[in-house]
Ligand binder design. Structure first.
Ligand SMILES: C[C@@](O)(CCOP(=O)(O)O)CC(=O)O
Ligand code: SF4
Length: 401
């Protein structure tokens, strides 16, 4: 891989040990994947924040780093609400380690709002064609697919290295040739809300890490695209997808039809919703907000919960910035007894581990909660989640039938 004179000097340790390590990581990746050089990035989003996932080894590595990031950089969710960690009964020992991790990142100049939806935040703008180094898989999928920016699936350490250098290696999804659809997915029935998470869950299992182009009957909203991409990145490893007539590259570039075509049937989505019946367990906990709730999702949760009281533990995850921006929605939600929790989520918080069955409206959480929390997951739309939380049952788990 070609390095400029300045980059060579950094690799030789002339700019200090932190930057030497950072460039070493990027050069190693670039060499493996055939990058021609390093390119400047607009921003970094850094996963590997929860003490539950990175442990003491991660804390130690980050604490040893020195210097300042060269581009705007922001953290992924941590293992707890940083302002009110006792609310989800996090232990003081965990809280102490978690605070130390966030402090270590802060020292490097990283924004410590911990969210997987940084694209909703003021002052963290990302646009079409921007090169990024993001590392949370749903954020990557959203940036690549819905915004038309360009990022690989970075790991926490490579995203942090990229932030410190302001550069990343030029390979994979930074190159136009790798952004072309490889498989077409047809859906010949209308989809609504949580159907997109169920579709992503089903599609990701089938296509693995390939780039799909969807041909849909209706035009999805941004939050529906967020749910589709998040689920596909979890049940599979999809980092970029297109939707004909909807996503920016599909609209601007007019791709050729891929040879391989898949049709997904309503019955495949119904199977996801039927997890509720298959579980053989009652959900003890209801969680909404994977990826973190948008303003529209907070509004909808508030409308559904208004005037009701939850009889089961209910957690709604969002970024602190959005929670601060919409105090009226937060008040309405919390008057029901549900908790709005910031900086964390049902997957990376240890709090979920103490329940045996959790209900979610996210294909991604449905896929990850069992493995990462040792908790069974069942799927339903937001209405069904609120019905479960408030004890007003009687409907199906929320398929849009
Ligand atoms: C589950 C996930 O969203 C969050 C956990 O990752 P981490 O603790 O930020 O490394 C990771 C991912 O899908 O990229
Ligand atoms: S809320 Fe979901 S998408 Fe966001 S970090 Fe947690 S698991 Fe990932």
């Amino acid at each position: 891989m070609y390095l400029t004179k300045e980059e060579e000097q950094i690799l030789n340790g002339e700019a200090g040990e932190t930057l030497r390590q950072a460039i070493e990581i990027l050069v190693a990746l670039g060499d493996i994947y055939g990058a021609d050089g390093l390119i400047p990035i607009k921003s970094a989003q850094i996963a590997g924040v929860s003490y539950k996932t990175i442990g003491d080894a991660g804390l130690e590595w980050i604490s040893d780093l020195e210097g300042q990031v060269k581009v705007p950089a922001i953290l992924n969710p941590a293992g707890m609400d940083l302002e009110d960690w006792e609310r989800l009964k996090i232990s003081p020992e965990f809280a102490e380690k978690q605070k130390a991790i966030v402090q270590a990142y802060k020292k490097l100049g990283i924004r410590c709002e911990c969210t997987c939806t940084p694209y909703t935040l003021e002052g963290f703008s990302v646009g079409y064609g921007d090169h990024l180094a993001w590392s949370e898989s749903s954020a990557i999928s959203y940036a690549n697919s819905v915004i038309g920016a360009r990022t690989n699936r970075e790991g926490g350490p490579s995203a942090l290295s990229a932030a410190l250098l302001g550069k990343t290696a030029n390979y994979g999804f930074h190159l136009e040739k790798n952004r072309v659809p490889e498989v077409s997915i047809g859906v010949e029935f209308p989809l609504k809300e949580s159907d997109y998470g169920a579709l992503g869950y089903v599609a990701g299992k089938i296509i693995g890490s390939r780039v799909p182009i969807f041909r849909l009957k209706n035009t999805p909203e941004k939050d529906e695209l967020k749910a589709l991409g998040a689920a596909m990145a979890a049940s599979g490893a999809v980092a970029l997808y297109h939707v004909e007539g909807v996503t920016p590259e599909a609209c601007r570039l007019g791709f050729e039809e891929p040879e391989e075509k898949i049709i997904i049937e309503r019955s495949q989505l119904d199977e996801v919703y039927e997890s509720r019946g298959r579980a053989g367990k009652e959900p003890e906990l209801i969680t909404i907000g994977c990826p973190h709730c948008s303003a529209a999702e907070l509004k909808k949760a508030a409308e559904l919960l208004k005037g009701k009281t939850v009889s089961k533990e209910t957690w709604i995850f969002t970024s602190r910035e959005l929670a601060n921006r919409y105090p009226e929605h937060i008040r309405t939600i919390e008057e029901s007894g549900a908790k709005v929790v910031c900086d964390t989520c049902m997957v990376v918080s240890p709090a979920t581990n103490s329940y045996s069955c959790v209900m979610v409206n996210s294909g991604k959480a449905f896929a990850y909660v069992p493995g990462m929390c040792g908790t069974e997951s069942v799927y339903g739309n937001m209405e069904a989640c609120v019905e479960e939380a408030t004890g007003r049952k009687g409907k199906k788990a929320g398929g849009s039938y």
